[in-house]
Every structure is written in structure tokens, then in C-alpha cells.
Design a protein around this ligand. Structure first.
Ligand SMILES: [Zn+2]
Length: 207
């Protein structure tokens, strides 16, 4: 599928992840998992960088190794590691699960296109193309976009608050503080965070 469709898949999965009580009950869970599903939904197409080498290399290898079975695990593990460092209190097993789903959905939907994908490598190097869905399918894209817009513009639900939190970059910038040992570890208990007034406000905003 095209990048836009993979993006709406990632956003949609970020919303679906709110049905996971471990994610939805954690102050930073919705933000962390949404970043994870969006990145996971794009990660296999990182082989686009081959364009910088040559167009021939890109055409020859795009959707090859980066969409293989070992790569699925690598993308999910890499993104989970990065997000676990940024959001240390979010249970990494749940992050891994949702990111892995996002990566799997990417490769699974690519299989339905005509382009060809080495999704079952290393068992076979055959390029698999079921050719039943166009690279861009308006019905798939617009239905996901409509659902995401409804989610984002709904009332004061957790989903909309997490989206507005992302829009303000508040939680993300607070997440970055974890690298400097300023992470609000007492945040999940809704208790005030000593000297970290901004982080406390962000937690409340995400709820
Ligand atoms: Zn792809």
C-alpha cells in the first residue's frame, strides 16, 4: 500500500490499542503506543533509502528483505527498545505487541498489491503479489480517515485527549526528559511529582 494508507493504519491501530487496559490506564501509554504503531506501520518501507544509492537498487530490492519474516521481528524489537527508553514506565510487552501488529499489518496488506513482496523470506525468495487491491484504495483510505477524524473530534474521551496531547508535543517533550533521569516515576499513581510541575500537568492532560 502507499505511505498514506499505512499511516492511517498506524493511527487506527493506535486508537484500537486504547482497548488494551494496560495501555489506556497508563498516563503515557496512549502516546507511546500511538507513536509506536505509526512508526511500525511505516518501518518496513525504510528501504526507500535505497533511492539514495540508485533507482535501480531501489526498484530491485524495495519490499524485499525489509518485508521479510526476520525483519518483522527486528522492526518491532527496535522500535520497542527506543520507545521503552523514552517511556520507561509503559510496559514494554504491550508496546511490543501493538508495534508488532502494526508491522504485520503493513506487510500483510502489501501482499495484496501487484508490486510484489518477499514476505516469506527466508523460506522463499519468491516475490508474492496477490494483485487484488490497488496500491492506493480510496475506500480503505477514506474509511480509516473518517474513523480517525471522528475519534479525534469526539468528546472528552481518552482518545481525543491523547491526540490533543500529541498535537501540543507536551507529552513527547516530557518523554524526552527520561533520558536525563527526570522521568516522573510517581505519575501513574496520580500523585504530585516533586518539582516536576510540567510533567504532572501533562499526565493529567493525557488522562
Ligand atoms: Zn511496504
Amino acid at each position: 500500500m502507499d505511505s498514506g494508507t499505512h499511516l492511517v493504519f498506524g493511527l487506527g491501530l493506535g486508537g484500537l490499542a486504547l482497548t488494551d487496559p494496560v495501555i489506556s490506564s497508563h498516563p503515557y501509554g496512549p502516546v507511546a503506543v500511538l507513536i509506536g504503531t505509526v512508526l511500525g506501520s511505516q518501518a518496513p518501507d525504510a528501504d526507500t533509502v535505497l533511492r539514495f544509492k540508485s533507482n535501480a537498487d531501489y526498484i530491485r530490492n524495495h519490499r524485499g528483505l525489509s518485508h521479510s519474516l526476520p525483519a518483522l521481528a527486528c522492526w518491532a524489537a527496535l522500535l520497542t527498545l527506543i520507545l521503552s527508553l523514552a517511556f520507561r514506565t509503559v510496559p514494554w510487552t504491550h508496546l511490543l505487541l501493538w508495534i508488532l501488529i502494526a508491522v504485520l499489518v503493513h506487510v500483510a496488506t502489501d501482499l495484496f498489491n501487484s508490486y510484489g513482496t518477499q514476505a516469506f523470506r527466508p523460506f522463499t525468495r519468491k516475490w508474492i503479489a496477490w494483485n487484488v487491491i490497488h496500491i492506493f484504495d480510496p475506500a480503505i483510505f477514506l474509511s480509516h480517515l473518517a474513523a480517525i477524524l471522528l475519534w479525534a473530534t469526539a468528546g472528552p474521551s481518552r482518545g481525543s485527549s491523547s491526540l490533543s496531547c500529541i498535537r501540543s508535543w507536551r507529552c513527547i517533550t516530557d518523554g524526552e526528559r527520561s533520558f536525563t533521569a527526570a522521568w516522573p516515576r510517581s505519575c501513574p499513581g496520580k500523585t504530585p511529582i516533586g518539582g516536576k510541575a510540567t510533567a504532572t500537568r501533562c499526565c493529567r492532560r493525557c488522562r
